[in-house]
Design a protein around this ligand. Structure first.
Ligand code: ARG
Length: 436
């Protein structure tokens, strides 16, 4: 390939001069898109195989190209590959290296293809792999939650509304709520994966290509359900990115709620949970402290997960068809949200595995919080036929009496209760203790 001046060796045919230094910096994505090297090589191998099957390149040329691509994969794995910002992105870095290795036949790889359909294909594959990994991590966390639910199915704690003790529940019920949230998070990822699993390859720059390509073949080879129906949409659609970012943000949001509870429960005031040393940090000045930093970081990461979603939605707003370089901004949020959510899920799993639930303190708190008051009111309705509003009133008076005496509801005497409502019988004690 001739290159008389400093212009870009991949597309610099009509250029006389190299880009300015800042242009090179703002233009280069290799710093982050090198994370897609596996997908890029896989996509190129599928494309080459198709080109030769269709007689667009010869079999020998295809073998040379594929051997070269496999050798590059080995170089990248071993760390020997040199990523060059002057070559902009992962696609041109790999193609330029192929040219160095096998000479001009490398130039045939890009027949009937553009970086526009190439990058869209790579990112769909990367996101698909990321989803598979996240689903796996969610399932691991769900296993830990399910084990805890089994272990604590008879352990009583106060259920809260307004963060005030409301009604007695079991710890299993409380943890089970998070397990349900994770079920839905997982199903959202599965759903997003289905929708993204169509192949842009063959869209070329935007209008398709005159070569007799076989899009169904490449789509199948790369694990897609079908080629994308419209080529402009193929190169410019990024709603799959938004969906992925939303799924990670929503999962992170759920984890942040659990994290918040862990933080509150770990305070000496609550004392519901004790985190293991592996998941806490100390204070450099206050020796008594054991801080739930991991939970705080899970809670804090919600900020960046939401931010990444908003960033990408903003990039896409009003963007005309088809490919625009703005779209290069699509990868960092995807990578960042994947990294953040993977860490959050694993940290949550580790924290829960190592935590000790102080079931005595939970029971005590449920008993001290008059959490059976609603059950008492229901008893008055069901046994004495009181309207609920009246029962609510009578119960209020009983709670006040217990408060004045400084005792639990089930420690009141029958005569005390009858002083408030004469028809109350001994049977009421069946609902006054939290265990009942
Ligand atoms: N690095 C580019 C991106 O991430 C690849 C596509 C470049 N296409 C182009 N027409 N300049 O979007």
């Amino acid at each position: 390939m001739s290159n008389k001046n400093n212009a870009n060796q991949m597309w610099g045919g009509r250029f006389d001069a190299a880009p300015s230094n800042i242009m090179e910096q703002i233009n280069a994505s290799i710093g982050f898109d090198k994370r897609m090297w596996r997908q890029d090589i896989r996509g190129s191998i599928a494309h080459t195989t198709m080109l030769s099957k269709q007689g667009i390149i010869t079999k020998d040329e295809a073998i040379e190209i594929i051997n070269g691509l496999n050798a590059i994969a080995e170089e990248i794995k071993s760390g020997a590959f040199e990523f060059k910002p002057a070559l902009e992105d992962i696609h041109m870095n790999i193609e330029a290296r192929l040219q160095e290795m096998i000479g001009d036949v490398a130039g045939k790889l890009h027949t009937a293809r553009s970086r526009n359909d190439q990058v869209a294909t790579d990112l769909r594959m990367w996101t698909r792999d990321a989803i598979d990994e996240i689903i796996h991590l969610i399932e691991d966390l769900q296993c830990v939650l399910s084990d805890l639910e089994e272990k604590h199915k008879n352990d009583i704690m106060p259920g809260f509304t307004h963060l005030q003790a409301a009604q007695p529940i079991t710890l299993a019920m409380h943890l089970g709520a998070y397990n349900q949230m994770l079920c839905r998070d997982k199903s959202r990822f599965i759903d997003a994966r289905k929708r993204l699993n169509q192949c842009p390859l063959g869209s070329a720059a935007l209008a398709g290509t005159p070569y007799p390509i076989d899009r169904v073949f490449t789509a199948q080879k790369l694990g897609f359900d079908a080629p994308m129906a419209n080529t402009l949409d193929g190169v410019s659609a990024r709603d799959f990115v938004n969906e992925f970012l939303f799924c990670t943000a929503q999962t992170g949001l759920h984890l942040s709620r659990l994290a918040e509870e862990i933080i509150i429960w770990a305070t000496p005031q609550f004392n519901f949970i004790q985190l293991s040393d592996a998941w806490s940090t100390g204070s450099s000045i206050m020796p008594q402290k054991k801080n739930p930093d991991a939970a705080e970081l899970v809670r804090g990461k919600t900020g960046r997960l939401n931010g990444n979603l908003v960033q990408m939605m903003t990039v896409l707003k009003g963007l005309p068809l088809a490919y625009n370089k703005d779209l290069q901004e699509d990868k960092e949020p995807v990578f960042d949200s994947f990294d953040a959510i993977s860490l959050c899920i694993q940290a949550m799993k580790g924290m829960l595995e190592g935590a000790k639930f102080n079931t005595k303190a939970m029971l005590n708190s449920a008993e001290m919080g008059y959490t059976t008051a609603t059950a008492l009111a229901d008893w008055l309705v069901m046994n004495l036929g009181l309207p609920f509003r009246d029962a609510h009133h009578v119960t209020g008076a009983i709670v006040k009496m217990a408060e004045n005496k400084g005792c639990k509801l089930d420690e009141l005497d029958l005569s005390d209760l009858q002083a408030i409502h004469e028809s109350i019988t001994n049977d009421i004690f069946n609902v006054l203790s939290v265990k009942k």
